[in-house]
Write a protein that binds this ligand. Structure first.
Ligand code: FAD
Ligand code: FES
Length: 270
């Protein structure tokens, strides 16, 4: 198949998550299957395309969800779209999480801001076989309580026996009853030994940098720290070179890359 080939997707629903983040429920024709960790390219009609990672479960066949933060040209145009509109999707691209390696271990998921979107897809995939893991720890940080995504779902996830949830906001307010501080404060008092688990992180570059530093201090092995390296992308499959990270291409070697493969690079988090 031509790797540039796209398919049409009908927008079934648009869910407002926060003032700047929305989840688009899409119905691609034909259906698009993907594995957690892979990404797609979405076209905003008349403007251009941008990469996003599905936020829904890879086991959901009827529809595909993408949670998008409005930051610039493409994302602003996507925010103008309404249910019933169509857009083009191509992909999936990239390497999936190697979740077979997670069996029998603690899985720590650390998300910052809209970075929880790609991780939700992984989290839902793990829930599909939740008893395979010692425990799934979902830690999430946002700037303020107004910026917290998936608030409605956290209440349900918190009830699952094999799941531990921690959340923080950088700036608290009178309605926020959980932790206040940057997301790394959630890593204090980790309820398992790092050698018994692995960590997966996604968020803005500064958050990834300090989360990685803290995970290393705690004793996680380099190869057990999985990072979503969301570099600028264009083709999505190793042709254009836009997404180079040292000797790697984030689109085809990633976007999820373990720390041992990039720790020698000075610009890993730029
Ligand atoms: C593999 C991958 C998966 C992604 N998944 C998601 C997702 O699930 N949800 C989501 O909201 N976003 C995701 N992104 C980021 C998304 O692709 C960008 O926000 C988008 O390309 C911005 O396009 P724009 O035209 O609206 O912004 P532009 O007009 O291009 O830029 C506006 C501003 O946003 C900044 N910006 C542009 N691209 C990025 C980026 N990749 N990361 C951070 N800042 C950026 C620019 O520096 C500029 O300041 C992902 C990126 C990659 C590479
Ligand atoms: S996006 Fe073109 S090589 Fe990676």
């Amino acid at each position: 198949m031509n790797p540039y080939e796209s398919r049409q997707a009908n927008i079934k629903e648009v869910i407002v998550e926060t003032p700047t983040i929305r989840t688009f429920v899409l119905e691609p024709k034909p259906a698009l299957s993907f594995h957690a960790g892979q990404f797609i390219e979405l076209t905003a009609p008349g403007v251009g395309e941008a990469p996003f990672t599905p936020s829904s479960s890879p086991y959901e066949e009827e529809s595909l969800e993408v949670t998008i933060m409005k930051v610039g040209r493409v994302t602003s145009k996507l925010f103008d779209l309404r249910p019933g509109d169509t857009l083009a999707i191509r992909g999936p691209y990239g390497v999936p999480y190697d979740i077979d390696r997670y069996d029998g271990r603690h899985v720590l998921i650390v998300g910052g801001g809209v970075g929880l979107a790609p991780l939700r897809s992984l989290f839902l995939a793990l829930l599909h076989n939740v008893s395979a893991y010692k425990k799934i720890h979902l830690y999430y940080g946002a700037r303020t309580s107004r910026d917290v995504v998936y608030d409605r779902m956290f209440k349900e996830w918190d009830k699952i026996k094999n799941v531990e949830i921690r959340r923080s906001v950088d700036v608290g307010d009178k309605n926020w009853k959980e932790k206040v501080g940057v997301v790394t404060v959630l890593l204090d008092g980790l309820p398992f030994k790092p050698k018994d688990g692995l960590a997966v992180a996604c968020g803005p570059p500064i958050m990834m940098k300090f989360t990685t530093k803290r995970l290393l201090e705690l004793g996680f092995a380099d190869e057990d720290i999985y990072l979503s390296m969301e570099k600028n992308m264009s083709c999505g499959f190793g042709k254009c070179g836009h997404c180079r990270l040292g000797e790697l291409f984030c689109c085809k070697d990633g976007p999820v890359i373990t720390w041992d493969r990039i720790k020698h690079l000075e610009d890993a988090f730029v």
